[in-house]
Design a binder for this molecule. Structure first.
Ligand code: HEM
Length: 128
């Protein structure tokens, strides 16, 4: 649980730093932070799956499928800023759209996190 929370917080900080450096047009550091955010996200997903194995997630009720849908949607949504980011490098007029897409990705990440916490709190822990 502790290592999952640590990587989740690290990923959120990296995501906000990515958005901030994008706003400041610090392109090189922005791209380095994108790579760090995606790596952090991958490690967080790994630990989330490990954490899920300790719980009977179906016992959480309808929040279980809702969270699984939102978590997958949030993870796949990271493709959109990569595509729009490459488009922005090629043509600066895509910058505003890229910024809007980044906002949606951040919002989806937050919603997935809230429903994930809700699901874990509602689920029964599997006795070992
Ligand atoms: C999680 C992923 C990402 C987030 C959250 C993010 C966020 C942002 C934000 C908020 C902006 C400012 C947009 C505005 O002014 O409204 C920006 C700018 C930019 N981003 Fe991203 N971005 C991400 C990924 C990427 C990727 C993968 C690339 C390229 C491959 C990229 C390339 C750029 C470029 C070129 C700019 C414009 C900077 C400039 O004007 O020099 N971004 N980004």
């Amino acid at each position: 649980m502790t290592i999952f929370i640590a990587f989740f917080c690290l990923t959120v900080v990296l995501l906000l730093a990515t958005a901030w450096t994008g706003k400041l047009a610090r392109r090189k550091i922005h791209l380095i932070l994108v790579a760090c955010t995606v790596s952090g996200l991958s490690i967080t997903i790994y630990y989330a799956v490990q954490l899920g194995l300790e719980y009977d997630l179906e016992s959480a009720g309808s929040i279980f499928p809702v969270h699984m849908f939102l978590a997958r949607l949030a993870a796949f949504s990271y493709i959109a800023p990569v595509v729009s980011g490459i488009a922005t490098i090629r043509n600066g007029r895509h910058r505003a759209l890229h910024g809007k897409i980044a906002g949606v990705v951040i919002a989806l990440t937050v919603i997935a996190a809230i429903t994930g916490i809700w699901m874990i709190m509602a689920a029964d822990k599997i006795a070992v």
